[in-house]
Design a protein around this ligand. Structure first.
Ligand code: HEM
Length: 324
């Protein structure tokens, strides 16, 4: 009886050891690493960098567009390239969601990079990782900070139109709604304020700031008047204006100076400096480019970690627009 009991115990401890080891292996696999492609595709990062630099040289706005693509990917099902999937007869993707339709740009640049990488190292580099590296290279190309991009994400086999509609923040959001949207993704209020600094580059359509320039009072008068000149009270919803009035194509901290001067163009932007809890951080970033650069870089790494698929989950898509 005693022997049976002890052999039962040793089977049990071997089993626990085995389970602990299996968990450790799974954990190790689930970790991303900056050197993930060092042996499987050593040219991956340089290929993405070269393509992004060429795209930004042709059209500075494309840097902002690529950065935003990564954000809109990560906030919906995690950073799994779900945003890149096209609709098909029996599948509806995220491109038609309110925050994305007629607004997201940069798909052609990602397709071109993927074609190059499928020639260099077939079935190796995921579309989700291309988005993460392209975002970093875009920021660097526009003069912003750099960071080590974690790699090894895999691509989803599904997308979620409904999550894109609920989880991507709207430009009409209040500060508390913005904070809650980022908190839901595990990001802090510092991350939210730092990541919003991405609006130091890129453009927005009249329909997204019309209410701000016609109906709100916490906006600089001459600034509102100049924006009304190209964004009529009715019609012309697609007319573009830079998100950062002072240095629209430079990745700097001028966005925060805009907010202090009440020149935030989106309602959601001005919410970060509206007599509330995030005012102090906006003032810090406006005063210290170095603090903004380092907090932005750290927040991008955290955003790039949201809900990633690793190991044998998901797949490496051969065409970013379609499941294999
Ligand atoms: C805080 C919540 C956010 C809201 C409410 C928001 C909303 C918007 C809106 C409405 C536009 C203009 C779209 C259009 O008019 O077509 C825009 C553009 C942009 N957003 Fe955000 N955004 C937020 C956070 C972020 C974050 C975290 C990033 C990246 C880290 C980002 C990067 C950009 C960029 C670069 C553009 C310009 C894109 C282009 O010119 O193609 N945004 N955003």
């Amino acid at each position: 009886m005693a022997a049976a009991y002890s052999s039962h115990r040793s089977v049990h401890s071997v089993l626990s050891l085995f389970l602990a080891l299996a968990a450790l292996v799974a954990f190790a696999r689930a970790q991303l690493s900056p050197t993930f492609y060092a042996s499987s595709c050593p040219a991956a990062v340089l290929t993405i960098r070269t393509a992004v630099r060429a795209a930004v040289a042709l059209d500075a706005r494309s840097g902002g567009s690529l950065l935003r693509l990564h954000f809109h990917d990560c906030f919906v099902q995690g950073c799994d390239a779900s945003v890149l999937l096209d609709d098909t007869a029996n599948f509806t993707g995220e491109k038609g969601a309110g925050p994305n339709a007629g607004s997201l740009r940069g798909f052609g640049v990602i397709d071109a990079i993927k074609v190059l990488l499928e020639v260099l190292c077939p079935r190796t580099v995921s579309c989700a990782d291309i988005l993460a590296v392209a975002a970093r290279e875009s920021v660097v190309a526009l003069g912003g900070p750099s960071w080590k991009v974690q790699l090894g994400r895999r691509d989803s086999t599904t997308a979620s139109l409904s999550t894109a509609n609920t989880d991507l923040p709207s430009p009409a959001s209040s500060l508390s709604t913005l904070l809650a949207a980022f908190a839901r993704k595990g990001l802090s209020s510092t991350d939210m304020v730092a990541l919003s600094g991405a609006h130091t580059v890129g453009q927005t359509q009249c329909q997204n700031f019309r209410a701000k320039i016609y109906n709100e009072t916490n906006i600089d008068g001459p600034f509102a008047a100049s924006r009304r000149a190209s964004c009529p009270a009715t019609g012309g919803g697609g007319a573009l204006a830079p998100l950062d009035a002072s240095t629209p194509n430079a990745f700097d901290n001028a966005y925060y100076g805009d907010l202090i001067a009440q020149r935030g163009l989106l309602h959601s932007d001005q919410q970060l400096f509206s007599g509330s809890s995030t005012d102090g951080l906006v003032r810090s970033y406006a005063a210290s480019p170095a603090q903004f650069r380092s907090d932005f870089a750290a927040a991008m790494v955290r955003m790039g970690d949201i809900g990633v698929l690793t190991g044998s989950s998901g797949q490496v898509r051969r065409n970013c627009r379609r499941v294999n």
